[in-house]
Design a protein around this ligand. Structure first.
Ligand code: ACO
Ligand code: KIV
Length: 497
């Protein structure tokens, strides 16, 4: 595998969009397509044009966007489907048909011979139109092997450029995938691609085994989106290929996290914090023993062969009940707080007491604990918030006005946003922008209690132009005020420490 070149076929905009509940607008799809092209995927499966007028428009827009990646459309082995892909102007058509008995008998209701004939006709139709052709034997891993080889050989003879081997219901074991692809690799003269589903959590493992056995391309989706439990995740597949196997792809890995976050935003499917590579915790450390090691040399408790910089992520040290003195001291020192050994012990004791109550420890919490023990720094906090007002509604652009004293001088700022919280936070950013360069790095809101009068807790992170991030929390029954208070606390701590 070392130095072998593997192609990446991204199907986020097709199988990824088949995630139950996900539906992307043509505008979102074109933006994601541009991002995938920047990321360096070889092929973008832009959609299934016969599915809807919107998908047809998206596939056409993406095909005409002048992207570096090749653009592909999906089609059943039906002339009407193939024609929509041709009309959309894609360079490649991915045509598919069920070959397993269970799907063939119960869905398309065709004989084995009819399936071969329909497949061959579809491939010839695509080639007659001068386009690249990929053929998928849907449910290949549950298809009788001799018949599967017969179908693949028939489409190869018809001029197909590449065959795809889908594990449509995610049931094959990695060893079985290795044997299947080894066999097909011996029988076929055209390249082999795989499309693995994650029903047993084996999609990435199966894709890697297929590649070990001779496949030269893998189908993946951003954040592992797709039907049911999803498809092989792009980040996991690519980084395993690069870092573990020493294989090569065209992926610019430093855009992996940026891409994952864009897809998270547009699909509304949140990335779990512990998701490999792109999750918030993928390079975060809380346990004292780990953080001590990582502060000395990050390879002690990270893979080393994959760093956060390689994928566009950042390493974070998180304080909580498992924190040790090295991590706490480093966090304090980064805010110019230098406790004695005895003061540090007292700070750690309080941090652990708070964490034992189930609290997440923000930087502002840590500094407040430290100031209680070491004494408060001289002077007032830079921002003293006086007034917040927001106007919102269905026929009004959400608009916020904030008034505050900044270092004792009165300032007023206003801004608009997509909703009242966004408008209020932007108004504070505008106000502070007149005095310091601070941006919101992350924002989380949770209802602590239930009901329409629930107490909302906001945790916010702000970053200065040197890349230093400070987190703070606030709770209020009014989500706008909770958000503004958390932001002002974080900015005050960032400017003051
Ligand atoms: C594993 C996969 O991900 S495959 C891709 C799955 N993706 C999707 O289905 C998303 C988009 N799909 C759609 O918008 C619709 O299902 C359409 C437009 C494709 C078809 O819609 P409808 O005509 O209303 O049919 P419906 O979806 O109910 O049933 C599927 C039909 O396609 C046929 N079919 C399914 N796969 C194939 C195939 N590969 N080749 C030929 N026919 C097929 C079925 O036999 C059935 O035909 P029938 O209506 O003659 O019984
Ligand atoms: C269209 C095919 C490749 C598919 O999505 C599947 O089999 O899961």
């Amino acid at each position: 595998m070392r130095n072998r070149k593997i192609s990446i076929f991204d199907t986020t905009l097709r199988d990824g969009e088949q995630t139950p509940g996900v539906s992307l607008t043509p505008e979102q799809k074109i933006e994601i397509a541009h991002q995938l092209s920047k990321l360096g995927v070889d092929t973008i499966e832009a959609g299934f044009p016969i599915a809807s007028a919107g998908d047809m428009e998206s596939v056409r827009n993406i095909a005409n966007a002048g992207l570096t990646s090749e653009v592909c459309g999906l089609a059943r082995v039906l002339t009407k489907d193939l024609d929509t892909c041709i009309d959309a102007g894609v360079g490649m058509i991915h045509t598919f048909v069920s070959t397993s008995d269970i799907q063939r008998i119960h869905t398309i209701k065709k004989s084995r011979e009819e399936v071969v004939e329909m497949s061959v006709n579809a491939v010839q139709y695509i080639k007659d139109h001068g386009m690249r052709c990929m053929f998928s034997a849907m449910d290949a891993t549950r298809t009788d092997l001799d018949y599967l080889i017969e179908v693949y050989k028939a489409v190869e003879d018809a001029g197909c450029d590449i065959i795809n081997v889908p594990d449509t219901v995610g049931i094959i074991a990695p060893s079985g995938m290795y044997r299947l692809i080894s066999k097909l690799d011996k029988e076929m003269n055209i390249p082999i691609d795989t499309h693995c589903h994650n029903d047993f959590g084996l999609a990435v493992a199966n894709s890697l085994m297929a590649i070990e056995a001779g496949a030269s391309q893998a189908q993946v989706t951003v954040n592992g989106l797709g039907e049911r439990a999803g498809n092989a995740d792009l980040a996991e597949t690519v980084m395993s290929l690069h870092s573990i196997y020493g294989a090569k792809t065209n992926i610019n890995t430093e855009y992996i996290v940026e891409t994952a976050r864009m897809v998270e935003r547009y699909t509304g499917v949140q990335i779990p914090p512990h998701m490999p590579i792109v999750g918030e915790n993928a390079f975060a450390h809380e346990s004292g023993i780990h953080t001590h090691g990582v502060l000395e040399n990050s390879d002690t408790f990270e893979p080393g062969i994959m760093t956060p910089e390689m994928v566009g992520h950042t390493r974070r040290i998180v304080l909580g009940k498992h924190a040790g003195k090295h991590a706490v001291l480093r966090s304090l020192q980064s805010a110019n707080i230098n406790p004695t050994d005895a003061q540090l012990d007292a700070i750690i004791k309080k941090v652990k007491m708070l964490a034992d109550k189930g609290k997440r420890i923000t930087d502002a919490d840590l500094y407040t604990i430290a100031f209680d023990i070491l004494g408060r720094p001289e002077g007032m906090p830079p921002i003293d918030l006086k007034e917040v007002s927001v106007m919102t509604g269905n026929i009004t652009t959400s608009t916020a006005v904030v008034k505050a004293l900044f270092n004792g001088k009165e300032c007023v700022a206003s801004n608009v946003g997509v909703g009242p919280v966004d408008a209020a936070l932007k108004a504070v950013e505008t106000l502070i922008g007149q005095h310091a360069k601070v941006t919101i790095h992350d924002f989380r809101i949770e209802a602590v209690t239930g009901g329409s009068d629930a107490l909302a807790e906001v945790v916010i992170g702000v970053q200065n132009d040197k890349g230093r991030i400070v987190t703070a929390r606030a709770a209020n029954v009014d989500i706008v005020l909770a958000s503004v208070e958390a932001l002002v606390t974080a900015i005050n701590m960032l400017l003051k420490t």
